[in-house]
Design a protein around this ligand. Structure first.
Ligand code: SF4
Ligand code: SF4
Length: 277
């Protein structure tokens, strides 16, 4: 029938309209259920997956609770336990960053020798495309993605070029934003450290066993007198070899003369046989 689709569409709109009210009134489910009051005016609210009706957030008084894997601008992790940056200034993140918005200057000691920490670290937030490549490629879990998206400023430069201080956050901040990922990383780290410790213990054990077994087959230690005697013999051998080399022409002449003598005798024998003697 003409107009059926139109009526169906209007029906859907009406359903959403009614559900928008009944949802919040009846609290089945409500977007405010489990919401988090920041203060009198601000709250973080959930958007339940089974929520019906239109979903409107009164921003900025209300903000959505962001999912863990939400990502915006990178942050650098400060290891509070060790009291140092996790970043080693290896530069991998800067290499893989597609729009090339990371700059790193490696720190150096008083002799000018490079050391594994950044002296300067900049990210141009106006260029960053929130791809998270830097976080995925970092071998030290030193750079992660922050959830903070309220970054509006009046001047792009220098306000949107974040430096080391602005980018650095304590590891607890990261753990609160990314609880599942943080737990998985810590678990992996614990396993790796346990494996490393086990390997080192096995290596130490093998070295100790080798050291214990060594005395029986150990190379004999020579006394200074023995060494002097060996040296003397080696010198004698060297002198004899030298002498032989120098007299090598005489040996050759003697050999030649002997060969001539043998040849002469062989000729004589041959002549005697021919004459039938
Ligand atoms: S953040 Fe990671 S990848 Fe980037 S320089 Fe530091 S350690 Fe290397
Ligand atoms: S998130 Fe992507 S664009 Fe932004 S700094 Fe990291 S690699 Fe570069």
């Amino acid at each position: 029938m003409f107009g059926t689709g139109l009526l169906k569409g209007l029906g859907v709109t009406l359903k959403h309209f009614v559900e928008t009210f009944t949802d919040d009134r009846a609290e089945v489910p409500s977007r405010y259920r489990g919401s988090l009051d920041l203060d009198d005016k601000h709250r973080i609210i959930h958007q339940p997956v089974d929520e019906e009706g239109l979903f409107t957030i009164q921003y900025p008084e209300e903000k959505r609770l962001l999912p863990e894997r939400f990502r915006y601008i990178p942050m650098l992790i400060w290891d509070t336990e060790k009291g140092e940056d996790r970043c080693t200034a290896c530069g991998i993140c800067a290499k893989v960053c597609p729009p090339q918005c990371i700059w790193i200057v490696r720190d150096s000691d008083e002799n000018g020798k490079p050391i594994t920490r950044p002296a300067e670290f900049y990210i141009d937030a106006a260029v960053c495309m929130s791809c998270s490549f830097c976080a995925e490629f970092c071998p030290f879990d030193a750079i992660k993605m922050d959830h903070d998206y309220e970054l509006a400023v009046y001047e792009r430069y220098p306000q949107l070029v974040y430096d080391l201080d602005e980018l650095t956050v304590p590891v607890e901040y990261y753990a609160a934003l990314w609880p599942t990922q943080y737990a998985a990383e810590e678990e992996r780290r614990r396993k790796e450290e346990a494996e490393k410790a086990a390997k080192q213990a096995a290596k130490a054990k093998a070295a100790a066993a080798k050291a214990k077994a060594k005395p029986a087959g150990e190379k004999k230690q020579r006394s200074p007198e023995e060494i002097a005697e060996l040296k003397r013999k080696a010198q004698e051998r060297a002198a004899a070899a030298k002498k032989k080399a120098a007299g090598g022409g005489g040996d050759d002449a003697a050999k030649k003369a002997r060969m001539e003598e043998l040849k002469r005798k062989a000729m004589e024998r041959a002549k005697k046989r021919q004459s039938g003697e």
